[in-house]
Each structure stands twice: as structure tokens, then as C-alpha cells.
Design a protein around this ligand. Structure first.
Ligand SMILES: NC(=O)C1=CN([C@@H]2O[C@H](COP(=O)(O)OP(=O)(O)OC[C@H]3O[C@@H](n4cnc5c(N)ncnc54)[C@H](OP(=O)(O)O)[C@@H]3O)[C@@H](O)[C@H]2O)C=CC1
Ligand SMILES: CC(=O)C(=O)O
Ligand SMILES: [Mg+2]
Length: 602
């Protein structure tokens, strides 16, 4: 490579982020293998084994490197001028096509796959190859592609992550990195991180402990942060903390990608998490948002309580889910008579999602009724794996269940609890499929004109009941929504449209609101504001179709509205640091959103 060539190439090409100085990189590139061969030859023998070589990094994307860089690659959409300026001539076939045609072709190809996991891997390959096209597809076809990159398919992807693993998509921090986490964070190519989604893989959807293979969840959630909430992909960081797994099947699997040991617990676990949280703040500052995702509940509640005092943290399973369900219930009031305080709630599942939702409903009720939360909790009942949570079980209950231990005789089965408590709203957060049986749904329909039935567990296999079951067993009277999507269902000549009650409605807009206002802490009032914003987006037409959530196809507008309400609350509470406050927060949110349209390269 002569100096004229190097100079010309640098002057006309696209600068990408770099760590190593340009000259070092170039020297490594120029000397690399060559110098090692010469050194070996000087010693009298040509090296026959593979000698060590220096991995070199480049500082400018052009030519083949540009085609391999997912952030800048446009594939066949590079114009002739760009091909000439950026050393692409001959590296692409002659045709130049638009991003729209690329999108059409990619959708056509995706639709040829009959197996959901094939669509998932095709989408992940696209994300690795051409990031802008990936997001353009996801934004323009959100209803079709959400089930591919998110629940339910992401669940299967995590189960098979070891087999389908191609290239790392996030940071893996295992017990091996103890004492070096700050160093590990510095290995990530992007420096200005604003949103981290982190899991330890112990409760992946309703599929249990998937260890290191839980990485599919932070990757999927952050893809939604960008597509649904407009957060720039380069400021998003997926992280998996690997402390081992108790899943014997994975430990025995030769393709498993994580540490092959039982989970670390207690001090060892908490020390690693503490090191991570300290390093995150040290490396990215006070305002980086850390979203905890799919931790087992015994850790999730502790981590949230501990780090909400010192960091900008948000637990999606506890708080995001609570906000989305409250929004659905508020919206459902338009289809039912009365106000929130006229309703009685029964949950199957008293973990993160169940108690998180229960607590936010109780908070909203207490604000509306101007009574204490202790008082409003009385309208909310929870059943766990041992039956109804009642005061006689107090001795053996985990602390997050204690506020729900009401005075009542023990009841073992859900159906008996339904008949006794007579809830108007039944919410499934058990992670166990098929638990809303025919008897349960019929009991709900026997004393409710329009029973609200929310089967929130993911993925589809774990849903407490299907849309078809909810509609047929309630004779078409249920107001139904589920965590994973179901197709519309025709019953008795009428088409029913099941809604999707999933925290994906909330966290992208919620996160955008925090980031754009420079919020330093999350506050419950922000969750209530997000619920209100989401409920307000349900249109008359949606209600006519029995929906209590707006369609996902409008999600960017919905997210902008949620972001605006959350940011407004942050300013009101004195928790926002980006001053002065923009006047029109919806417009400001929209202006902050990432666009997947290709830029023109000079
Ligand atoms: N739609 C959405 O947006 C969201 C959906 N979810 C889904 O909710 C489910 C639960 O998540 P999460 O709350 O975090 O999990 P947790 O493990 O924290 O809680 C599960 C709860 O279900 C109870 N349970 C388990 N089996 C049964 C059973 N057979 N009968 C009655 N109760 C049972 C458990 O009882 P015990 O305490 O006695 O063990 C526990 O209280 C998952 O499938 C998850 O995917 C979660 C977050 C968001
Ligand atoms: C949706 C989600 O966060 C969950 O099922 O865990
Ligand atoms: Mg989750």
C-alpha cells in the first residue's frame, strides 16, 4: 500500500469509531504476517505452525470493509458515485436499487420461511449485515415482525441460542471477568451508551433458567428500543451477566455458550452485580439507563430496591408490565361501566409481574380515591403456586407477597378463588400455559357481563389461555388481551381482535422520555403518566373492535406521547437534568427519534 493510496483513501472515506491510533493500525496492517514470516526466516526456518499475528483495527470504512460494516453498509443501494468514491467498484454487481426495493425483497424472502426461527435468524443476519435496512423493515412492518424478533420467537431463539449463535450481539460478563468489568465495558465499540438492557438469564419469559443464552432478550428488547422508541442503536448496549445456570439440559449441551457451572448465589452473585453497576456509572455516567430484564424474582426485587437509590434503573418485568396493564385496565373502563374503584382484581401468579401490576393499580386507586395504598390493596387478590395469598400463610411468604396477604380462608384452586372473590378482572402472570381452564373462564363469565381476561405469560406456549378459548368459553363476551400475540378469531359470525398486553408498549417510549429529559431517577408517577399516555392512544375505532390497546403499527407516535408524558413528569418532579425544558415535548421526542433512512455519503 503506497502513501498516495493511503492518503487518498483516508481523505475520501467515512470515519468510523476507533480505539487504536490510525498509524498503529496501518503499520500493523502493512507489517502483519509479513514481518513475522521475515523474522522466522531470519532465524533460519520458515514457521510451519500458524504463527501468532497482530489483530489490527482499521479507522476508515471503505471498500470491502465498508460493505462489511453494518452501521454504514447499504448493499446494492450504494449509488454509482458512492461506489466510485469509496472503493466499491467491482465489489458489487452493477445494479443500484432503492432501500424500498431492498425492503420489498427482504420481506419477500422472509415470507418464504415457514419456520419462525428461520425468520428470526434471517432478521439477525440482516441486523449484522445492514443495520438501517433491519430497522426500516422492523419499523415499516412492526406488526408482522414483532413476533419474529420478540415474543414468541425470541423465546425459542434463546432456547437454541448455542446452536444458532453466529456473531456476538452484546457484552458477555461472566464470573471469569470478575475484577475486570470496567475493562470489559471498554471493549464495546461504542462509547456513548445511554440505555443498557441486562439479564442474568434466570427467568427468560416463562421458559425458566436459560443462563447465558438469555442474551436474545436484551438484544431483542434493544432492537425494540430503536424501532419502537427511536433510541439510536449505537447508544444501546445488550448485556448478559453469566453466573452459571441451574438448567441441567444446558449444562449437558455441548453447544451451550455459557459457563458450565451451577449458578453463583449470595455474596458472589451480588459482588459481581455490584461491580457491574459501579463500572456502568463510572464508564457511562450518572444518566445511563439500566433496564433489568428477566431476572428471577428473588434477585429482581432486591436489585431494583438497591440500585434505584443510586442509579437510573428500571425493571421492565415489574414496572413496565405494571404500566402497560394499568393502561389496558384504564382503557377497558370505556367498554365497561363504572370507574377503576368499582373493580376487583384477581391474579394467577404473584411474582415480579403479578405483584408489580398489583402495586401500581393500588397506587393509581389510592390517588383516585384519596385513600391509602393499604386500603386500596384490599381490592386486589393474588394466587401463587400454593393457592390464594392469605394472612395464615404470612410466615412462609416472600416479602413482596406480604402486602397481599388478606384475611381469608385458604383457597387452593384458581377456579374456587374466582368463585369466591368474584373478580371483574382476571390477570395471568404465572408463566404456566393453560391455567385459565374452561371452568375458570366460564366462572368469570357467569357473574361478569364483560369479563376482563388478561393472559400475560410469554411465550405463546405459556399463555394462560388462547384468544379462541377466552372468546368461546365466555360466549364472545370477554375483553381479552395476551402477552404474546394471537390472530383475530371469528366466533358466532363476529370477528374478535385480541390485543397484546406487553411491556413493549411502554419501555421504548418510557426510556426515550428518561433519556431526552436527562432524568436521573425513575419515579412511580412516571409509570402512571406512561399508563395514562398509552390509554389515551386507544381510538374509538379500536374500542369498537373490542381493543384496549392501540395497534402496534402506530407505535412510534404512541412512544412519542409516552416519552413526552414521562419527560414532563421528570421535569415536574425536579428529576430532569436536560435544561431548559423543551416547550413541546411530543415534537421534541419525535425530533430525537432515530431514522433508518440511508444517508448520502460524500
Ligand atoms: N406480557 C408482558 O408484558 C409480561 C409478561 N410476563 C410473563 O409473566 C410470567 C411470569 O413472570 P414473572 O412474574 O416475572 O415470574 P415470577 O417467577 O416472578 O412469578 C411467577 C408466579 O407464578 C406463580 N406460579 C407458578 N406456577 C403456578 C401455578 N401452576 N399456579 C399458580 N401460580 C403459579 C409463582 O408462584 P410461587 O411464588 O409460589 O412460586 C409466582 O408467584 C412469565 O411468563 C413472563 O413471560 C412478564 C413480564 C411482562
Ligand atoms: C415481556 C417480558 O418482558 C417478559 O415476558 O418477560
Ligand atoms: Mg421480561
Amino acid at each position: 500500500m503506497n502513501s498516495y493510496y493511503i492518503k487518498k483513501r483516508f481523505c475520501s472515506s467515512i470515519f468510523i469509531q476507533q480505539r487504536a491510533p490510525i498509524l498503529t493500525s496501518l503499520l500493523s496492517r502493512c507489517l502483519g504476517n509479513q514481518s513475522i514470516t521475515m523474522a522466522s526466516e531470519m532465524n533460519g526456518a520458515v514457521e510451519t505452525r500458524n504463527p501468532p499475528v497482530t489483530p489490527w483495527t482499521i479507522s476508515v470504512a471503505s471498500g470491502n470493509t465498508l460493505l462489511r460494516d453494518p452501521h454504514h453498509n447499504k448493499g446494492l443501494a450504494f449509488t454509482q458515485k458512492e461506489r466510485e468514491s469509496h472503493y466499491l467498484l467491482g465489489l458489487l454487481p452493477p445494479v443500484v436499487i432503492s432501500q424500498e426495493l431492498q425492503e420489498k425483497k427482504m420481506m419477500y424472502n422472509l415470507r418464504q420461511y415457514q419456520i419462525p426461527l428461520q425468520r428470526y435468524t434471517a432478521m439477525m443476519d440482516l441486523q449484522e449485515r445492514n443495520q438501517k435496512l433491519f430497522y426500516k423493515l422492523l419499523i415499516d412492518h412492526v406488526e408482522e415482525l414483532l413476533p419474529v424478533v420478540y415474543t414468541p420467537t425470541v423465546g425459542e431463539a434463546c432456547q437454541k441460542y448455542g446452536s444458532i449463535f453466529r456473531r456476538p450481539q452484546g457484552l458477555y460478563i461472566s464470573l471469569n471477568e470478575k475484577g475486570k468489568i470496567l475493562e470489559v465495558l471498554k471493549n464495546w465499540p461504542h462509547k456513548n451508551i445511554q440505555v443498557i438492557v441486562v439479564t442474568d438469564g434466570q427467568r427468560i419469559l416463562g421458559l425458566g433458567d436459560l443462563g447465558c443464552q438469555g442474551m436474545g432478550i436484551p438484544v431483542g428488547k434493544l432492537a425494540l428500543y430503536t424501532a419502537l422508541g427511536g433510541i439510536k442503536p449505537s447508544v444501546c448496549l445488550p448485556v448478559t451477566i453469566d453466573v452459571g445456570t441451574n438448567n441441567q439440559k444446558l449444562l449437558d449441551d455441548e453447544f451451550y455458550i455459557g459457563l458450565k457451572q451451577k449458578r453463583a448465589t449470595g455474596d458472589e452473585y451480588h459482588a459481581l452485580l455490584e461491580e457491574f453497576m459501579v463500572a456502568v456509572k463510572q464508564n457511562y455516567g450518572e444518566k445511563v439507563l439500566v433496564q433489568f430484564e428477566d431476572f428471577a424474582n428473588h434477585n429482581a426485587f432486591d436489585l431494583l430496591a438497591k440500585y434505584s437509590k443510586t442509579h437510573l434503573v428500571f425493571n421492565d418485568d415489574i414496572q413496565g408490565t405494571a404500566s402497560v396493564v394499568l393502561a389496558g385496565v384504564i382503557a377497558a373502563l370505556k367498554l365497561l361501566s363504572g370507574s377503576l374503584s368499582d373493580h376487583t382484581f384477581l391474579f394467577l401468579g404473584a411474582g415480579e409481574a403479578g405483584t408489580g401490576i398489583a402495586e401500581l393499580i393500588a397506587l393509581e386507586l389510592s390517588k383516585q380515591m384519596q385513600v391509602t395504598v393499604e386500603e386500596t390493596r384490599k381490592k386486589i387478590w393474588l394466587v401463587d403456586s400454593k393457592g390464594l395469598i392469605v394472612d395464615s400463610r404470612k410466615e412462609s411468604l416472600q416479602s413482596f407477597k406480604l402486602p397481599w396477604a388478606h384475611l381469608h380462608e385458604p383457597i387452593r384452586d384458581l377456579v374456587d378463588a374466582v368463585k369466591e372473590i368474584k373478580p371483574t378482572v382476571l390477570i395471568g402472570t404465572s408463566g404456566v400455559g393453560g391455567t385459565f381452564t374452561k371452568d375458570v373462564v366460564e366462572a368469570m363469565a357467569s357473574f361478569n357481563k364483560k369479563p376482563v381476561i388478561l393472559a400475560l405469560s410469554n411465550p405463546t406456549s405459556q399463555s394462560e389461555c388462547t384468544a379462541e378459548e377466552a372468546y368461546t368459553w365466555s360466549e364472545g363476551r370477554a375483553i381479552f388481551a395476551s402477552g404474546s400475540p394471537f390472530d383475530p378469531y371469528e366466533y358466532d359470525g363476529k370477528t374478535f381482535y385480541p390485543g397484546q398486553s406487553n411491556n413493549a408498549y411502554i419501555f421504548p417510549g418510557f426510556g426515550l422520555g428518561l433519556v431526552m429529559s436527562g432524568a436521573i431517577r425513575v419515579h412511580n408517577d412516571m409509570l402512571l403518566a406512561a399508563s395514562e399516555a398509552l390509554a389515551q392512544q386507544v381510538t374509538v375505532e379500536n374500542f369498537e373492535n373490542g381493543l384496549i390497546y392501540p395497534p402496534f403499527k402506530n407505535i412510534r407516535k404512541i412512544s412519542a406521547n409516552i416519552a413526552a408524558k414521562v419527560a414532563a413528569k421528570a421535569y415536574e418532579l425536579g428529576l430532569a437534568s436536560n435544561l431548559p425544558r423543551p416547550e413541546n415535548l411530543v415534537e421534541y421526542a419525535e425530533s430525537c427519534m432515530y431514522s433508518p433512512v440511508y444517508p448520502n455519503y460524500r
